[in-house]
Write a protein that binds this ligand. Structure first.
Ligand code: SF4
Ligand code: SF4
Length: 325
């Protein structure tokens, strides 16, 4: 039996909605086939009020173990670091996190807000939101860079806005079945199995990317990189390989990838003209170039010369060791 405790901070509950749509495995299978026991989940639980604080206090007294502590939403530290903007079960949520994270065998951050602050952390960030262990792409979230769970593992980040449901359930199963050693993390503590390839891998528009054929929002054919801000070549995620609802993805529906699995999301802090629009340098060259390219190199070699690299990235055969995510 693996006990999961799921708490939420500054959350829209999008990751919970996504989680409930998981298919491989689905949430019922987590319980029936993989021995997972959900101690408490704010959306699913029957407990309310005192029952919740009693349950959390019983955990702190050691009456029951937390094997996996899942956190969704930003860690709200305001005002002035008190955490009083996010009270839960009679205490600031930050106090529960402080007490529970070190006694949990594993800690998992689901979604961008829990991983690195996400939308709530966009300046001026009135709630003083941050991620569990990261703030944007740096250590400096709520827990220290040195934090390790009881099993000696840092916070496992499963980013996305929301995270893909199967990324969540498959990591939970790996932890519940003692396969933590199979979860290799990248430098942002994301499981590499889901966050090594780019969203562009598997996108049907890659040939248009290579040949610089512009598409458009909702328009069939063409690539969304040049005008409507697609971040598929800059964002590591399996959205075009493990399809959403086993059916599609943003770019398959000709909607630009917003780069939601990267710690910069929302990119350019939602600056005017930065969403659904390709920001341009000198009015014509994309400001954000594909990961692994320097701006100068990209501008110099884009076009026909860009095709081989683009094709390699699309096929997933590009040597990523030389790239900076
Ligand atoms: S992921 Fe985006 S940039 Fe890449 S080919 Fe598809 S539409 Fe173009
Ligand atoms: S396609 Fe891009 S924006 Fe959409 S879920 Fe995947 S990484 Fe996030």
């Amino acid at each position: 039996m693996t006990n999961i405790l799921w708490l939420k901070g500054g959350a829209c509950s999008g990751n919970t909605m996504s989680f409930l749509g998981a298919e491989e495995p689905n949430v019922v299978e987590l319980i029936t086939d993989f021995g997972i026991n959900i101690l408490y989940h704010p959306t699913l639980a029957l407990e309310i009020g005192k029952q919740v604080s009693n349950l959390l206090r019983d955990i702190l007294k050691g009456k029951m173990e937390v094997d996996i502590f899942v956190f969704e939403g930003s860690v709200i530290q305001g005002p002035s670091g008190s955490g009083a903007m996010n009270y839960f079960a009679d205490r600031p949520m930050i106090d529960w996190i402080n007490d529970i994270a070190p006694i949990a065998k594993y800690v998992v951050a689901v979604g961008d807000c829990a991983a690195w602050g996400g939308i709530p952390a966009v300046p001026p960030n009135p709630t003083e939101s941050t991620g569990l262990q990261f703030h944007k792409d740096q250590y400096g979230g709520f827990l220290s860079a040195e934090f390790r769970s009881k099993a000696g593992v840092p916070v496992i980040n499963i980013p996305g806005c929301p995270a893909h449901p199967d990324w969540m359930t498959q990591i939970l199963v790996a932890l519940a079945t003692g396969r933590v050693k199979d979860i290799v993390l990248d430098e942002l503590n994301r499981p590499k199995t889901f966050f090594t390839d780019f969203v562009q891998t598997g996108c049907p528009n890659t040939m248009s990317f290579a040949t610089r054929v512009e598409g458009g929002f909702g328009k069939r054919g063409g690539c969304l990189f040049y005008e409507v801000g697609c971040r598929g070549p800059l964002s590591r995620a399996t959205c075009n390989r493990i399809l959403w609802n086993r059916h599609s993805s943003k770019t398959r529906a000709n909607h630009p990838c917003l780069g939601c699995t990267e710690p910069g999301f929302p990119h350019h802090d939602l600056e005017k003209g930065s969403v659904f629009k390709t920001m341009k340098y000198l009015g014509f060259a994309p400001l954000d170039v594909p990961t692994g390219s320097s701006q100068l190199g990209y501008y110099a070699y884009s076009g026909a010369q860009n095709a081989p690299v683009s094709a390699e990235k699309a096929l997933g055969t590009l040597d990523s060791s030389s790239e900076t995510p």
